[in-house]
Each structure stands twice: as C-alpha cells, then as structure tokens.
Design a protein around this ligand. Sequence first.
Ligand SMILES: NC(=O)c1ccc[n+]([C@@H]2O[C@H](COP(=O)([O-])OP(=O)(O)OC[C@H]3O[C@@H](n4cnc5c(N)ncnc54)[C@H](OP(=O)(O)O)[C@@H]3O)[C@@H](O)[C@H]2O)c1
Length: 503
Amino acid sequence: MQNPLLTGLRIERKAGPCALIIFGASGDLTKRKLVPAVYSLARQNLLPSSFFILGAARTEMNDDAFRQAMRQALEEHGDEGIADETLWESFASRLYYIPIDPAIHPTAENFTKRLNELDDQWGTGGNHLFYLSTPPSSFGPFIRMLQENHLNRSEGWVRIIVEKPFGRDLESARSLNREILEVFHENQIYRIDHYLGKETVQNIMVLRFANGIFEPLWNQRYIDHVQITASESIGVENRGSYYEQAGLFRDMIQNHMMQLLTLVAMEPPAAMEAEAVRDEKTKVLRSIRPIRKEDVDKIAVRAQYADGAIEGEPVSAYRKEPNVNSGSHVETFAAIQFFIDNWRWAEVPFYVRSGKRLPRRVTEIAIQYKRVPHLLFPNEGEQLQPNFLIIRIQPDEGISLKFGAKLPGQKVRIRQVSMDFQYGTSFGARSPEAYERLLLDAMLGDSTLYARGDFVELSWQLVMPVLEHWQEVREIPFYPAGSWGPEEADGLIEKQGREWRRP
Ligand SMILES: NC(=O)c1ccc[n+]([C@@H]2O[C@H](COP(=O)([O-])OP(=O)(O)OC[C@H]3O[C@@H](n4cnc5c(N)ncnc54)[C@H](OP(=O)(O)O)[C@@H]3O)[C@@H](O)[C@H]2O)c1
C-alpha cells in the first residue's frame, strides 16, 4: 500500500472498521499513551463508527471500572483532557474490558466469545488489531492463546503490534521472531519503535528526499562525520529493576538509535512503500562494519552515573536508586562508533551516544561537513568552525544549518551563525503524538514505521559483541550526574581529532 508519509496532505487517512484489542490494558502504557492516542484520533474524526477497544489483563475489572480508569487516564495524560463530554460519551460506549490470563483456558474462551459478540454489535467485520502491551515474558503465552483460539486469522484482517523490548539479545530476539512467525505472517506483525512515530524522525526522509540541495552533499565526499545523541537529564526513576536487566545499550542504542542511524544513512528507496523503505534500512545494517570483540574497547564506551548535580540540585548515584543493586555494573551511558562500508559512507564515522543524568534532555542528529580545502581567511588565529546540519528530534523540534558569516567591521572575522527552522513556530499546528501516528498506521495496514523482523535481528547481531564483552569485563567507569558522560567518551572521539557537540 502506498505510504502517505509524503502525500499525507492529499490522502484521507481515516481508519476503516476495526477492533483494537489491548493485552495489558490495566498497565501504565495503556493509561499514559495508548488510550490517550486513540482518544485523540477520535477527536480528529479519524476513527470509523464501527470501532471499539477491548482491554484485557489478569486484573478483575468490569467495563464501567475500565471506563472510569480510562477517563481518569485521559484527564491526567490526554492532550486536552476529556475536552468534549459528548465525544467522551461516544468513546466510552466503545470501551470494554475482560479479565484474561492467557495460561488459563476458560478465560481465553470467554475472551474469544466476547470479542465475537462485540464484532457483531459494532460491525467491525472481524478486523482485529491486537496490541501486546504486557511484559515480554507474556508475549509468548498471548500469541499461543491467539493461535489456540483461532484468532490469528479471521474473516477480516488480523494484525498484531508487539511492544518493546523485542528480545534482550540476538538469541531471544530470534526465538521471539520464530514464535510469532509460527502464528502470524510477517506482514501481520508490527514491531513498535515509538521513535519512528515522531514527526521529526519522519521528517528526516522528507528533508533528504523531497529537497534537491541536501542529497548531493549527503556522502563521504562532503560529510566529515555524523553524531547522534539522545540524552536525558532524568535518572532511572522507578524503572530500577527493569534497568538492572536491560541497561542503556539495550534500552536505547540497539533499537531507537539504530533506527535513526539507518534513516540518515539509507539510500533513497524505490518508492515510499513499507517494503522499499525497510529494505533500504536493512541494507544499511548489512553494510555496517562488524564489531570484533577484541576491538570493543577501541570503539565503544559505557559508564554509570555517580552522585552529581542537575541544574544545581544534588542527585544521587545510580547505585543508590530504588531497586538497583548497590554494586551494579549496569551502564547508564554508552557511546559507540560505527562505520558503514559502502560507497556513500566509506570511512565516515557515525558516533552514537546516549545517557541518563546528562545536563539536558535532547535528541539530535548532527551532520558535520568537511572543512574547506583551502582557507582564505586567517580569522585572527581562531579556527573556523565547520558547517553543521542539526536535526533536532526533541525538544524544540526543528533543523538548523550552521555556517560562517563575516562579522560586521573593517576586518574579515568569521563567526558561526545559524539558520533555523522550528516546527512549533513554522507550522503553528500540533504534531501528533508518536503513538497516534503508529496506531493509525497499523489500523490502515501501513508498516513503514514499524521494524521488520530482519532489521531487529541484524541490529542485535551487530551489537552482540559489545554486550558480550561488557558482560565479561564487569568494571565500569563512572561520570558525575549532570556531566556529559565520562572522560573515556571524550577520548573515543578526540583521538580521531574530533569532539562531541554540546547540544
Ligand atoms: N510504559 C511505557 O512508557 C513503555 C514505553 C515503552 C515500552 N513499554 C513496553 O510496553 C509494555 C507494557 O508496559 P507497561 O508500562 O504498561 O507495563 P505495566 O504497567 O507493568 O503493565 C503490564 C500489563 O501487562 C499485564 N500482565 C502482566 N503480566 C501478565 C501475565 N502474565 N498475563 C497477562 N497479563 C499480564 C498487567 O496486567 P495484570 O497484572 O492485570 O495482568 C498489565 O496490564 C512492556 O513490554 C514495556 O516494556 C512501555
């Protein structure tokens, strides 16, 4: 199906009749993201009249209690709260809940019966979008339950969205892929990476492929290197036990940051269609120079935050966070260098870093261009800054081009100035939340912004030597909370005559 990414303004993107079935509907994600996103779609009139949500989890609750909980969730997390009582009444009448434990057969039978009844009542034609919003340990039981109850096929279409994390290493990702593929076809599986739902991330493709001026300069002849940064000022908050299992590299780099890297590095796809775009992204992963375990210390750094201060307020070390082992070796910061061995990117380093308790929350891609081949302006001994193209994913979403300009005066003195585009001021329109976009895409059968099975496996395959090496060498450097990471991360890039940007 044609992807409306570039033609979205012309194509009416309204979902057809369907049911959204959320497994894990008593959980945090349903309250904070999923139901607010669907409510926002309803407010924009992007949902059909033949639509309902069936929430399911082990917690005992009836429809009324679920509706009440979702009303409260919208008041707390919705864009505009309830906003319109008539809209809420209509939305609430489409919200249902049924207790289910996938391991207990009768509850699954009740679930199937209820789903069929609601299908008949709302005329959804058996079109089912399942959403696995449970801990990964329950993905398998729910998938088997769907198979045993013949819910992987229907008279309409059946799709399944799988939350992250998709595996915790190559082996578990492969095994999860195998398990799902025994029950669903690849084109029914939607592996979510909410980064891809962000407007600014989709705009990377628009910037590159809808403008004539960037693409000719988008290669190793003109680009010195690329830096991709995702920093957060918060710590692990109440996610200590999850983080102890995952660590930053699994949580951020293997998935979100590899997605950003491939969007920057991919070749123009043959068409803006799911398979064409995903083929190109996968090709980038195949071209990344494999990392040998013995080279990990030369190209990657990890560290953990120690006591420090953020905006003048003292904050505690990771090891003192709730549910964190006081001798933990888990990383809260990682930086790594990749090379993409193809004609476009030969010998251009891609530096990727991410961390918690860094000075500010920012996600950006910085393309640094090569310096001019011959310098005509001595600039009073000051080094001329290179050109940068900065794509800011969040916050202050936008794009900046940095270049040198002459300071007014008799002498030639050059300063770096910035040409800025900001989403907020340029369009004056609200950007849809990532989950809105992604849920609507799944209802429309457009998987362009979802990860394909081979991408997930390749991405794990690439990073496994790093994770294995860190597992063996447990010692970990520290950085003060509120700093831009450990000295070792500066060393990684400085030994190549470059430096990290301070976003
Ligand atoms: N929260 C976020 O911002 C966020 C962001 C990205 C990804 N995710 C992912 O989204 C998923 C859900 O996250 P969450 O934050 O909503 O987690 P959560 O608050 O812990 O909720 C988990 C849900 O799964 C249900 N559940 C747990 N074990 C179950 C079992 N054995 N059988 C049936 N249901 C079970 C729980 O309900 P009962 O106990 O009632 O069964 C609950 O509804 C996770 O995979 C998480 O990694 C979350």
